[in-house]
Design a protein around this ligand. Structure first.
Ligand SMILES: [Zn+2]
Length: 271
């Protein structure tokens, strides 16, 4: 298991129904890969509804040469639109993820996306996601889409709650240091996040697609690592980073500067 389950999740229904009791690779058994970043929506890119989303996902997983598993969260689409529009949407989005995870038991794990603008609904949703359904992380935190700062009182409250559930927090940082939403750059997103991380050091953080774009040359990750190392003195024990593309020139930089056990595969391959 790449991301450990939350203690509250053990023996809960609809999660971690392993195909096998043994999570360790063994001779003759396909290697297990967990993609920590798989956004989902019920609509395909051409706008048509997916009538068999769970079946389609299962076909992808079964077609892999490995014991492939996905951590799934809402993607741009009606589920996220509803999350932005009102508190009911926050709960509905996680229900959608829960239904999908339950339809593919043991192969999908839930990520609990919230909107800090609706703090009460977000906390209630987290109680259900982590206390009842055994979701494995909070996020992705989409500050640039939902227009909030990570370094803000509502987000601190949510992240403290995630830490209480022992759930990592997946945080968006631009793969290409672009201006996004109300952020002038990925560096601004990173610095806003680091302000939060310094205030809530007890949380664990998964930096989404930090090891970035294949087009980046020089790699953006080098700039990001300079900032992290300057502020925190190195790669913190409670930080993990996702590799979104393994042919990115940022990958050798990440391998040279980030402890390898702190790297995760998070493709952000939107289904
Ligand atoms: Zn992202």
């Amino acid at each position: 298991m790449i991301l450990p389950p939350t203690p509250a999740a053990v023996n809960r229904p609809c999660r971690f129904k392993e195909k096998s009791d043994d999570a360790k690779p063994a001779c003759g058994r396909p290697r297990r890969w967990i993609d920590t970043h798989m956004p989902l929506t019920v609509f395909s890119e051409n706008g048509t509804p997916r009538v068999n989303l769970a079946g389609d996902l299962l076909a992808v997983l079964d077609g892999a040469q490995a014991d492939l598993r996905f951590v799934v969260s809402p993607y741009l689409g009606p589920e996220m639109d509803a999350m932005i529009a009102g508190p009911e949407g926050v709960e509905a989005a996680s229900q959608f993820i829960h239904r999908t995870v339950c339809a593919v038991p043991g192969r999908l794990y839930g990520a609990c996306m919230v909107n800090p603008h609706f703090l009460d609904a977000s906390l209630k949703t987290m109680d259900r996601c982590f206390g009842e359904w055994g979701f494995v992380l909070l996020g992705e935190m989409l500050q640039y889409i939902m227009h909030y700062r990570m370094d803000s009182a509502p987000v601190r409250r949510l992240v403290e709650q995630a830490a209480a559930f022992d759930a990592p927090v997946q945080v968006h940082i631009s793969t290409s240091n672009r201006a996004q939403g109300r952020f002038a750059s990925g560096v601004e997103e990173l610095e806003d996040f680091l302000n939060l991380a310094e205030r809530v050091p007890e949380a664990r953080y998964l930096l989404a697609h930090l090891v970035g774009s294949p087009k980046d040359d020089p790699p953006v990750i080098a700039t990001y690592l300079d900032i992290i190392e300057k502020r925190l003195g190195g790669w913190p024990e409670n930080f993990w980073a996702e590799i979104i593309r393994f042919h990115s020139p940022g990958v050798p930089v990440a391998l040279a500067r980030i402890p390898h056990e702190k790297l995760r595969a998070g493709t952000d391959w939107c289904a």
